[in-house]
Design a protein. Structure first.
Length: 468
């Protein structure tokens, strides 16, 4: 670029000289005294280089458990080249006029012309370089604090809670003679919390629990009543003075009972409504006790004229199961409803039998002389408790449900015992023991251990039954 400028300036200068010289030559061609004009050409070139370097450094550090330093460096180089070309052309002309007449002064005229040409060129070059790199540093911190904090937590509550395990004692309902009549009582299986539930001037007998253990049905003056387990909410269900032996259905919504004089079976709702006779017989005059509900609640097992029957709760399908010349009594359903046990009188002896309701096969479970009565299934159906006097007095025995492994669990040769019943969990047996001429409520473990006399006031008791 500078070279081109120089050539241009020289070209312009030559043009100027040629034009100017021609014009002067015409004037002085005849005057050799005039010297040639003198030209002085001064060319000046100035170059200014400006380099600007800008460094921008961005440092971003993220410190976690393992600190990571990310460094970003941006390098910007800005080069600014400024070229300034200055050309100064100085032309000096000197004219000397010498007159012919010697006395005339000599005139000398000098012309000086200066031509300055300035050319400026600026080039700016910017280079940017960005470099990013990541450095992962692993630091190990060793802390040696000036203050050492030791935290010791000591709990000294004002109120210290006491965790007490609650032991559930199942209740037993029974009747006890007092002041000329029987009343309903309950007592816990460990002998505590004996409670009198009824205080009427007439006798209250034959108590029966509802399946949920919240209600008790009983007989007062020949009528069925119900009350809460604590004696509250008394309600009379029948009003015929001829109703006995109430029994709750497994669902608790109905009650079966017998009515004299023929002791036929009746069924009503648990509130006394829909009272219906399901068995019609005019010849029976014997009270055979409590009608028994099947485990599924569809049938009732009972005794009529010395035979064992079943009937649907609507009165249909009346079936004589034993139909024998011997007298049978005390039938009980097995827990699964597939079998029954009962007592048969033969040649003056009472023994316990079992019947399969599907095959009608009867198996004799006891074969002792004397009285073997009151059979009752264990809750799992594997054992049967009963009363026998085969050793002289009446004692409580257990046996397997197939009639094997007899065991005297009370071992009380001086007392008579009767009315045994398994606890719902199969752990214990409640029964009556005649002590001093009075039947007292007692419990014992099913293996014969831990005998407890619950009632100790020497007043006659009846009908002990476990709360479900």
């Amino acid at each position: 670029m500078i070279h081109k400028i120089k050539i241009l300036l020289i070209f312009l200068l030559l043009v100027f000289i040629i034009q100017y010289g021609c014009s002067k030559k015409e004037d002085s061609v005849t005057s050799p005294e005039n010297p040639e004009p003198t030209f002085t050409l001064t060319v000046s070139a100035t170059q200014t280089n400006i380099n600007t370097a800008t460094f921008i450094s961005t440092n971003t550090e993220t410190m976690m458990n393992t600190p990571t330093n990310t460094h970003t460096i941006t390098l910007t180089n800005t080069h600014t080249n400024t070229h300034t070309n200055t050309q100064t052309n100085i032309m000096t002309e000197t004219h000397t006029n010498t007159p012919i007449i010697s006395n005339s002064p000599t005139n000398t005229t000098t012309y000086t012309q200066t031509a300055t040409f300035t050319s400026s060129s600026t080039n700016t070059i910017t280079n940017s370089v960005t470099s990013t790199y990541t450095i992962t540093d692993t630091f190990t911190f060793t802390m040696s604090p000036t203050n050492t904090l030791t935290s010791t937590e000591t709990s000294s509550p004002t109120n210290t809670p006491t965790n007490t395990a609650t032991i559930f004692y199942r209740k037993i309902v029974f009747t006890q003679y007092s002041s000329g009549n029987y009343d309903i009582w309950t007592i816990e299986e460990n002998g505590s919390n004996k409670m009198r539930l009824t205080t009427d001037i007439v006798s209250d007998r034959y108590p029966a629990w509802s399946p949920d253990g919240n209600k008790i049905a009983f007989v007062r003056n020949g009528n069925i009543w119900t009350m809460d387990y604590n004696g509250g909410n008394l309600s009379q269900l029948t009003n015929d003075n001829a109703s006995y032996h109430p029994s709750y259905s497994p669902a608790g919504n109905k009650i079966a009972y017998v009515k004299s004089p023929n002791y036929n079976v009746w069924v009503m709702d648990a509130d006394g409504n829909n009272n219906t006779r399901v068995v019609y017989n005019t010849t029976n005059t014997t009270d055979y006790g409590v009608p028994q509900w099947s485990p599924d609640g569809n049938k009732i097992l009972f005794v009529l004229n010395g035979d064992i029957y079943t009937v649907n709760i609507d009165g249909t399908e009346l079936t004589n199961l034993t139909n024998s010349v011997e007298e049978e009594s005390e039938p009980r359903w097995s827990p699964d409803g597939k079998e029954i046990v009962f007592v048969k009188i033969e040649s003056g002896n009472k023994n316990i039998y079992k019947m399969n309701l599907t095959s009608s096969i009867i198996l004799q479970l006891t074969n002792f002389s004397g009285q073997n009565t009151s059979p009752c299934w264990s809750s799992d159906g594997t054992k049967i408790v009963f009363v026998t006097n085969k050793d002289g007095n009446y004692e409580i025995y257990t046996m397997n449900s197939n009639g094997t492994d007899y065991a005297n669990i009370t071992q009380s040769p001086s007392n008579n015992e009767f009315a045994p019943e398994w606890s719902p969990d199969g752990e214990k047996i409640v029964f009556l023991r005649n002590i001093g001429g009075n039947a007292q409520v007692c419990v014992i473990n099913s293996n014969g251990s831990n005998f407890v006399r619950l009632v100790t006031d020497d007043i006659p008791c009846e009908s002990p039954h476990w709360q479900p």
